[in-house]
Design a protein around this ligand. Structure first.
Ligand code: BT5
Length: 329
């Protein structure tokens, strides 16, 4: 009912009386008044004039179902199953629960705040309230488990395209799962998989995008390596619009991968990469390698040539880029 009232207010150019809304909705004027108050609490600016009625002045930049769905141009993603939370432990944890109960591909989970936001290998992902887009979605690709790293590539390419579309920002991909602007991390991707040896049950992809933070909103130790879309574009951004662009570009890029194969994706990945051609340090679980990132293989491994000319094929690890002063960051 609340959403219906919002649609009526939205469609009306001018003030609309409580009586008109109550006729259209078939509920009492007192009930309308209560719903309007709830909308105001959610951040909608609604002017009420005695004997004249109500007028919607401003919508909030809140990750509410109705805001996300209004104008969302996807075929399926977010439209069939969308779960929004004020606060949650982790959108990935919730999406995995949904996936295990059979929820379909394109199911989306979004939160204003995560209390247990996760990075890779159990690391923490800072997810303060209202500052970012903390999002997960379910995929059920008909591919072998060994191909799953390709999904992180697909998502990284989709993210770069989404930021270009939403804000005209040229973001870059740092192997394997970081999106950078001006060499600082604006977004991290966490790909989690449930599989049998020959079949993927589901993949949950989590994306954390820093959106509204000012530099002092980051913990001190992050300030020289993290950024937000607000910092990068020097203006407050619309999280709703960015989220819509992410869902639209993700759906498009993922379907492109399923229908046309990985070659087009990996070529775009190479084009958007900040890692290739750079002198880097890679920390894997067993060693530290210094060298030049020369390419990515078709299985998404990073190929690094060390000083002796030996080529290392890196399956998993953390990359830092060599700066002009010789340090790695
Ligand atoms: C990642 O891990 O970059 C994956 C992050 C995925 C987060 C999303 S949010 C929605 C969904 N639900 C979840 O619970 N997670 C996903 P990794 O490459 O391991 O990077 C983690 C490291 O990035 C941390 O150890 C910090 O150094 C740094 N970090 C933490 N929070 C950050 C932030 N908000 N911005 C930039 N860097 C951050």
């Amino acid at each position: 009912m609340k959403n219906k009232i919002l649609k009526i207010l939205d469609a009306s150019q001018d003030y609309i009386s409580g009586e008109d809304i109550s006729d259209k909705c078939g509920i009492s004027r007192t009930a309308i008044w209560k719903h309007i108050n709830t909308l105001k609490e959610e951040g909608y600016q609604i002017d009420s004039q005695p004997r004249v009625g109500y007028k919607l002045l401003k919508r909030p930049d809140a990750l509410l179902d109705i805001e996300i769905l209004t104008g969302l141009d996807t075929i399926k993603w977010g439209k069939e199953e969308l779960y929004t939370f004020e606060e949650i432990d982790s959108t990935n944890i919730y999406a995995k629960k949904l996936a295990s109960t059979g929820k379909p591909e394109g199911t989306v989970v979004v939160a204003e705040e995560q209390t247990l936001g996760k990075g890779r290998l159990g690391r923490k992902w800072e997810s303060p309230r209202g500052k970012g887009i903390w999002l997960s979605f379910i995929l059920r690709p008909p591919i072998l488990p060994a191909q799953a790293p390709k999904i992180t590539f697909v998502v990284a390419v989709g993210m770069v395209r989404a930021l270009k579309k939403a804000l005209n920002i040229e973001a870059k991909i740092k192997w394997p799962n970081d999106i950078l602007i001006n060499k600082k991390k604006v977004c991290g991707i966490l790909t989690e998989i449930s599989a049998e040896i020959e079949r993927i049950n589901y993949i949950v992809v989590g994306i954390g995008v820093n959106a509204q933070q000012n530099i002092e909103d980051f913990p001190p130790e992050f300030r020289d390596k993290a950024t937000s879309l607000k910092i990068a574009s020097s203006q407050k951004v619309s999280r709703v619009k960015i989220l819509q662009c992410i869902l639209e570009e993700m759906e498009y890029t993922y379907n492109f991968y399923l229908n046309k194969g990985f070659a087009g994706i990996i070529n775009l990945w190479r084009e958007y990469s900040i890692t290739l051609g750079e002198e880097i340090k890679v920390i894997t679980h067993e060693e530290e390698i210094f060298g030049t990132a020369i390419d990515v293989a078709d299985d998404c491994c990073l190929l690094v040539k060390d000083e002796s000319g030996r080529i290392h094929k890196i399956i998993a690890g953390d990359v830092s880029l060599r700066k002009a002063n010789g340090e790695y960051a």
